[in-house]
Ligand binder design. Structure first.
Ligand SMILES: Cc1cc2nc3c(=O)[nH]c(=O)nc-3n(C[C@H](O)[C@H](O)[C@H](O)COP(=O)(O)OP(=O)(O)OC[C@H]3O[C@@H](n4cnc5c(N)ncnc54)[C@H](O)[C@@H]3O)c2cc1C
Length: 372
């Protein structure tokens, strides 16, 4: 068996990589990744967007607290911002009116800026908008995220601080004895005092193989397409999202769009692929709201968004007393919340309350909220 670590993190996607970067300056960290390159699953398949309203008021404090790090990263992380400004336009036809009102109500009195838009303003922002889409809400603070850059930066910072990354190392057995976890992988056997479950869609599976109680973390498939449209889409379009959740799209280089049917199909953890029906729904959604004609589907992919039963992420030690720490359930917001979530989780793991942002309430994310 190789040397013992203080902390073994299972999963080197955004959750595991960001946590490793925060913990490595304070402890000996091992990062175990099943695939031959980290980021192969959800992290490499996202829509790469930062929106304060996304995920609702329970997620917003983590998103807001992540903004400064993403916009102006510390010197040792990057000399470039991970964000580029792109507003978000929530649009509604008759079936989205209620959802649009709920959005405004949810963030009423908060610091999140939401600006109502009438039909004329929608037409100015989105000339292709079809009749019947009469109301919108503009969220100006949103941005595109350089996901690959952020993930690579976290891995680099973690390694510089001494963390060891082992790929092709799916944890197949995890046993606890004499205050240590013994972890068996294809790449060897490792020992660590604390086991962190940052396994994304596989979080419940990893818990079960470690003899811990799964929390009901459920993966859902989400589809994205890159489409060529006629006429070409202007690059300065906002991200446009249907308040009734039938589609969203944002511009991509060369007049293309990234387009999603906003699908959410429960499935087992896997290397998922798009279904034809979801591809067709995405195109139907775009054509419902705009006059754009889809000329060609250039790329299509799907990934898993994994949620706990209450749709909030899970950060903290399980109540088993066996050194099992949850860092899971990042749903559709695991990139935009990564900086604040990693600081919060690192603080809980290391017993350092000073690490988390002051306006984040850790108790709402504790695993024991699901105690039976
Ligand atoms: C289509 C789509 C669009 C999205 N858009 C956005 C967006 O715009 N903004 C945003 O913030 N978020 C978005 N998300 C969500 C975001 O991608 C996820 O929340 C985030 O990537 C989760 O990171 P993770 O590290 O938990 O999961 P993953 O990236 O899946 O990493 C988990 C890792 O654990 C590894 N693993 C599993 N089991 C084991 C094991 N036994 N041993 C070792 N390793 C193991 C896996 O191989 C995997 O690499 C989107 C997701 C999808 C699918």
């Amino acid at each position: 068996m190789s040397t013992a670590f203080d902390v073994a993190i299972v999963g080197a996607g955004m959750a595991g990589a960001s946590l490793a970067a925060e913990v490595a300056p304070h402890a000996r960290v091992l990062l175990l990744e099943a695939e031959d390159h980290p980021g192969y699953h959800s992290t490499g398949r996202s829509a790469a967007f930062w929106s304060e309203t996304y995920g609702g008021p329970g997620i917003q404090p983590l998103t807001t607290a992540s903004r400064e790090f993403l916009a102006n990263p510390p010197e040792h992380v990057s000399d470039r911002s991970f964000l580029s400004h792109r507003g978000c336009l929530h649009i509604a036809d008759a079936s989205g009116e209620v959802a649009l009102d709920r959005l405004l109500a949810d963030f009423d009195g908060s610091d999140v800026v939401l600006e109502p838009r009438d039909r004329a303003e929608l037409e100015a922002a989105l000339p292709q908008v079809r009749p019947g889409w009469d109301r919108g809400v503009y969220e100006p603070s949103c941005a595109d995220i350089d996901v690959a850059g952020l993930h690579a930066a976290y891995l680099r910072v973690a390694r510089r601080a001494g963390a060891e990354l082992v790929t092709d190392a799916r944890v197949e057995r995890a046993e606890r004895a004499a205050g240590q976890w013994r972890l068996e992988t294809r790449a060897g056997t490792f020992a660590a005092a604390v086991l962190v479950d940052a396994a994304g869609a596989w979080a419940d599976e990893v818990a079960a193989l470690a003899g811990e109680r799964p929390l009901g973390i459920q993966p859902y498939r989400r589809t994205l397409l890159q489409v060529e449209v006629d006429p070409p889409a202007p690059g300065d379009l906002p991200l446009v999202v249907d308040a009734a959740e039938r589609f969203y799209f944002k511009p991509e280089a060369g007049g293309r769009l990234w387009l999603s049917p906003h699908d959410e199909t429960a499935c087992d953890p896997c290397d998922c692929a798009p279904e034809e029906l979801d591809v067709a729904r995405a195109i139907a959604g775009l054509e419902l709201a705009t006059d754009w004609r889809v000329v060609r589907v250039e790329r299509r992919w799907a990934g898993l968004r994994s949620f706990a039963p209450d749709r909030l992420p899970v950060y903290g030690f399980s109540d088993s007393g066996r050194g099992f720490f949850w860092c899971a359930g990042q749903g559709g917001f695991g990139i935009q919340t990564a900086p604040a979530a990693a600081r919060l989780a690192a603080g809980l793991l290391l017993g350092r309350a000073d690490m988390s942002a002051p306006d984040i309430e850790p108790s709402r994310y504790r695993p024991d909220r699901f105690a039976s």
